[in-house]
Write a protein that binds this ligand. Sequence first.
Ligand code: KG4
Ligand code: ZN
Length: 338
Amino acid sequence: MSPDVISADAPILGIETSCDETAAALVCGGRTVLSSVVSSQVDLHARFGGVVPEIASRAHLDLIIPIVAESVVSSGLSDSDIAAVGATYGPGLVGSLLVGVSAGKALALAWGVPFVAVNHLEAHLYASLLEDPDLEFPLVVLLVSGGHTMIVRMDGPGVYEILGQTLDDAAGEAFDKVARFLGLGYPGGPAIDRLAMSGDPAAINFPRAMLDDGYDFSFSGLKTSVINWVRKHPEVEAVDVAASFQQAVVDVLVAKARRAAHDTGARGLAIGGGVAANSQLRESFLDVCVRDDIRGFLPSREMCTDNAAMVAAAAWYRLNLDGPSPLDTGAFPNLALA
Ligand code: KG4
Ligand code: ZN
């Protein structure tokens, strides 16, 4: 397909089912969000302390068509206005991905429009661009989610270089594991974020692994340090543990993203993924952008966590770069960004 087949005012339906959010959205030209509906399954998984894959895929099956219908109705459009369908095909939970990919392919076939397989990580990269029309490349993006932590240099749509990534736990995984240890339940990131607001971030000096060492990350030692500290100091206040742990994560994320932006001569610094909803991270990120006089792209919290608007945006760029995906496209749980 030639690059100009899908115009910037043609609505694309995005579908996201990679983990425990069932989401659908209509977006034009990778920028204009007409509707974005997200149904979280948090209540279904909370009592198990994490996402149960079988429960997630069954819930996606129940929800996918009603959520797509809601996104179409709330956009004010009808099915016949939709120019293409994009769905996340990886990385993620295989059963969950299959529900979204199958629904996306079926709808595209029924409506006679192109289907586009979307990489979930690429979709997170587009979330900041979706809300900021003034973006300029090259851009350095700090992508921090439950499954991934990476610093990506983006030279344009579809042109990425991974500068560094976590060698063990993802940042969101560290939040979730520490929260579970502290008995804060699931999902852990928002719970630690809330608790940390009443704590002292300097109360405990947790390690900042690999702070001055390249762009890779390591968070599993930090998690172990928190556990050992609490076991040795049972009297410690949970608010101070949460605030000090969060500060240690944020310090490393921000220091490396800042250094990457500086070293690569980036014109902007963006942030994406569920952990980018973290209050302390958002504050430090903006602070650094002001201090370094670099253009910062900070998506709204709704755009940081899993949603389908970012999938529809990525689908528009992918469609114009590569054309439609074949209808025998499957789901790829370990799909890489580049
Ligand atoms: O991007 P996302 O919604 O799903 C994945 O693709 O993984 O990210 C989910 C992760 C979870 O680990 C969750 O605890 C974390 O993002 N998270 C947060 C916050 N909100 C979500 N972590 C820290 N602070 C938050 N406010
Ligand atoms: Zn995600």
